[in-house]
Design a binder for this molecule. Structure first.
Ligand SMILES: Cc1cc2nc3c(=O)[nH]c(=O)nc-3n(C[C@H](O)[C@H](O)[C@H](O)COP(=O)(O)OP(=O)(O)OC[C@H]3O[C@@H](n4cnc5c(N)ncnc54)[C@H](O)[C@@H]3O)c2cc1C
Length: 412
């Protein structure tokens, strides 16, 4: 039997494609290598509290496609920007008002300079005129390593503007991953079914999608696995993909953001209000660092974030990642905090073979790689956060949109 469509991967992009296929009256089968849906949207519990190991916020709420779905499903959403307190430190002391103003001014210079970059250099190169500013390395680290999950020396300055995470960052009390599992499940799916080969240009038309438990014939195929998985060769393409698609994959490497949950073992909150974000001035460009959010949604844990090259340097050693985060936190809030917190979780997105990173970024000179990856190849179309071109690249909402768009691009 030949079905209309195979969708490879049950993350937000695959689930968006499955929803659009259902609305278009197509018979679509989702093949997912892992034991669950959601992909990089995944919630686990720390005691009674939800911990989003991957996506947590619905960014750019006013245009995020998952916001109306969540509201229609009756999911309570909290705008964490409304009550987030921000603490910025130099060494182990809080900044003064004047230092804070200098930091804010540095952000404005960064925005102006990167928005007007005359060529698609790396973020680090684009910032050369600002190197004398004591806050440049901090802003750079935040925007590249923490937000784009990428080393500023490897990240295209134009790609910075492909994910515009403007105001309105909504969070789910029970976790974004749980919302996806509860409300976005597809009609027809096989879990624990890794795709190993896709024959996509067969003489009679259609595709043949091979898995260890058999081959599925379909008229077309949408592939939503990460560019890390595509580059690893875990899925063979027959015939090989055209050069422009292979180049796009190579120029969309995976960044890494590692989350570390530090759980309180006492009632002490160390004077930190709920949802307090903590970060430190980065004194040397590209120095290893971490940022934190204490007690998000009044939960009993602090989340540490390691991004870009800092995250990759600990990717194979979760124990060392946890120790680094605790040491960084000790510098900010004191030794008592370190003693009263236990490392409850360290995420493994960089080494998990189903992801091989957190989300993709474009290399310098290749800001157009996302659009190239999204170009349909007839019977096969690539979707996912890396192929997102609507300004929500790298996000769950952008992945969902790219899955919806892919349905209109397949050659039926
Ligand atoms: C730490 C972290 C924090 C983040 N924070 C946010 C945030 O706050 N807000 C936000 O919007 N986004 C955030 N993101 C990004 C967001 O999670 C992703 O952009 C989005 O979920 C990606 O969806 P996708 O469908 O493109 O890919 P995926 O979710 O990776 O889905 C692809 C699926 O393919 C499966 N697969 C892999 N190989 C095969 C194979 N051979 N055969 C079949 N299936 C296969 C995988 O198991 C996976 O389920 C974060 C990500 C991380 C890692």
């Amino acid at each position: 039997m030949t079905i209309d469509l195979v969708i490879v991967g049950a993350g937000c992009a695959g689930l968006g494609a499955a929803a659009a296929a259902r609305d278009a009256g197509l018979h679509a089968l989702v093949l997912e290598a892992g034991p669950r849906i959601g992909g990089r949207a995944h919630t686990t519990m720390l005691g009674d509290a939800a911990f989003d190991r991957g996506a947590a916020w619905l960014h750019a709420a006013a245009r995020n496609p998952l916001v109306p779905i969540a509201r229609a499903a009756g999911e309570p959403l909290t705008d964490s920007d409304q009550y987030r307190a921000r603490r910025v430190y130099i060494g182990d002391r809080l900044v003064t008002a004047a230092e804070r103003a200098a930091y804010d001014a540095s952000w404005e210079r960064f925005e102006r300079l990167t928005a007007a970059a005359p060529s698609d250099t790396s973020v680090a190169d684009a910032l050369a005129p600002l190197r004398g500013d004591p806050w440049t390395a901090t802003v750079e680290s935040w925007e590249a390593a923490q937000i784009a999950a990428a080393d500023p020396r490897l990240l295209s300055v134009r790609d910075l503007h492909c994910n515009q995470l403007e105001d309105g960052n909504l969070e789910f009390e029970s976790g974004l991953g749980n919302f996806v599992e509860r409300h976005l499940g597809p009609r027809d799916i096989r879990l624990n079914t890794p795709v190993t080969r896709i024959a996509w240009d067969r003489p009679g038309g259609g595709v043949a999608v091979a898995t260890p438990s058999g081959t599925v014939a379909a008229r077309a195929c949408i592939v939503t696995v990460s560019t890390g998985v595509l580059a690893s060769g875990a899925i063979a393409f027959d015939p090989p993909l055209p050069a422009h698609t292979r180049d796009a994959i190579a120029n969309l490497p995976m960044g890494l953001l590692t989350k570390i949950a530090l759980r309180a073992t006492t009632a002490d909150r160390f004077g930190l209000p709920d949802y307090c974000s903590l970060s430190r001035r980065v004194e040397q460009p590209f120095a290893a660092n971490a940022s934190f959010i204490a007690w998000p949604m009044a939960r009993d844990h602090i989340v540490g974030f390691l991004g870009g090259h800092t995250a990759w340097s600990f990717a194979h050693d979760p124990g060392a990642a946890g120790a680094f985060a605790r040491e960084q936190l000790r510098l900010l809030v004191g030794a008592e905090a370190e003693r009263s917190l236990s490392t409850a979780a360290v995420t493994d997105w960089g080494t998990n073979p189903l992801f091989l990173g957190a989300y993709a970024y474009a290399s310098p000179g290749h800001a157009d790689a996302r659009a190239t990856l999204a170009k349909p190849l007839g019977r096969i179309v690539f979707a996912g956060e890396a192929a997102c071109t609507d300004g929500l690249a790298g996000t769950a909402g952008g992945a969902w949109n790219s899955g919806l768009a892919a349905i209109g691009l397949i050659d039926r």
